[in-house]
Write a protein that binds this ligand. Structure first.
Ligand code: PHE
Length: 375
């Protein structure tokens, strides 16, 4: 028994040595996302985009002579799990930076931890303004919801020429609540009217009561800033209630599962998004082809944003003299005119990206490009 402390000590030192040896050739990057749960396509697509980017960089020799190692944790689409995942990535895995989350509510749950430990976090796709307001360590490579709300309000009133709109929002989602408010403000500013504003909680499956109420107010379009699982069901039930006006939404509709859940009821409806698969730009076409080759599927907006987030992080690491979280944070804040697949990305003084949005029309599994709206 007297030997135990000595044995333990040598075990610890051997272990530490191996770890140092193992990680010295690697740059550790953490990722957290919903790989399972009702928003699983968000996490899975994002992860595929990130892996494609890092695999390309590693194949070309890595960064500062080191290979990038991605550590991905599943938060199951739960805010508490997201916070725990980021704590683990930072305190146990000692990652240099973190990529995540997609959903604003989960980015908001985890961002204070990255901020506290001074480890830069980049959300590929959380659009609620509060996310980057958490502090100077928190970045994003997507546009924000005051803009996205404006895009859809303008589209409804100027392109579809409607004046009376209804809103169906998710009270459990920071994203949905924010986007509904920004949309409302712009509709009013443009001289339109919100004839009804009703809500649901994500996880619900029957929306007939809300839809009946909306129908009674005779809107010319309905704005549903939710995620695909609920939106698919809402579209189906709206059709069953003979509601035949255009349904409008935001990026949260972007999933191959939307048309699986909504069936033909979702066809012909519109949402704003970060990129279009119908782009003819050479670097976008090249990305789509590489993605298809690797995964045998067309990349959605989340995959494209995951790819851009990973590429921007790699660029920031590359230009940093020393590979430390502090230097990478500074380099991230200086990213300018980066040619991303989701557009040209410049990080502004609030650590947000200023970019255009596209409006697409659902047509089965394809989202047809309709128009681009610039900030
Ligand atoms: N923007 C959404 C949010 O902040 C997440 C999302 C982005 C979903 C892109 C789908 C596509 O919650």
């Amino acid at each position: 028994m007297r030997f135990l402390p000595v044995m333990l000590l040598s075990f610890v030192s051997v272990f530490t040595l191996q770890c140092t040896k193992k990680t010295s050739n690697e740059i550790l990057i953490g990722e957290y996302g919903s790989l399972t749960g009702s928003e699983a396509t968000f996490g899975i697509s994002t992860n595929k985009g990130i892996r494609l980017a890092f695999d390309e960089i590693n194949a070309a020799g890595g960064l500062h002579g080191k290979q990038i190692k991605l550590i991905t944790l599943d938060d199951q689409g739960k805010a508490e799990e997201a916070a725990q995942a980021v704590t683990r990535l930072i305190t146990q895995d000692k990652v240099l930076a973190v990529i995540g989350e997609v959903a604003s509510t989960r980015s908001l749950a985890a961002a204070p931890i990255a901020q506290q430990y001074k480890v830069p976090m980049i959300s590929p796709s959380s659009t609620n303004p509060k996310v980057t307001e958490v502090g100077d360590q928190i970045f994003r490579v997507c546009f924000i919801d005051p803009f996205q709300g404006t895009v859809m309000a303008k589209f409804a009133m100027e392109n579809l020429k409607v004046k009376k709109v209804a809103i169906l929002r998710d009270v459990k989602s920071d994203y949905s609540m924010g986007l509904a408010d920004y949309f409302t403000a712009k509709v009013k500013e443009l001289g339109g009217e919100v004839v009804s504003d009703v809500s649901y909680s994500s996880g619900e499956m029957n929306f007939k009561a809300q839809l009946t109420k909306i129908k009674g107010t005779a809107p010319e379009a309905i704005f549903i800033p939710g995620y695909y699982t609920e939106v698919g069901l809402i579209a189906k039930q709206a059709k069953e209630l003979s509601i035949n006006v255009p349904l409008l939404g935001g990026d949260g509709w972007d999933s191959s599962k939307l048309s699986e859940i909504g069936g033909s009821a979702i066809n012909g409806h519109y949402f704003s998004n970060h990129y279009t698969t119908e782009s003819q730009e050479p670097h976008v076409v090249e990305f789509i082809n590489k993605f298809k080759l690797k995964y045998n599927e067309t990349p959605d907006g989340l995959a494209a944003l995951g790819y851009d987030a990973a590429k921007i992080l790699a660029e920031a690491i590359k230009v940093s003299g020393e590979v430390t979280s502090a230097q990478v944070r500074d380099s991230l804040s200086k990213i300018k005119d980066f040619a991303g697949v989701t557009g040209k990305i410049t990080i502004d003084q609030n650590r947000n990206a200023v970019k255009s949005a596209v409006v697409v029309k659902v047509d089965g599994r394809v989202n047809r490009y309709v128009t681009t709206i610039a900030p």
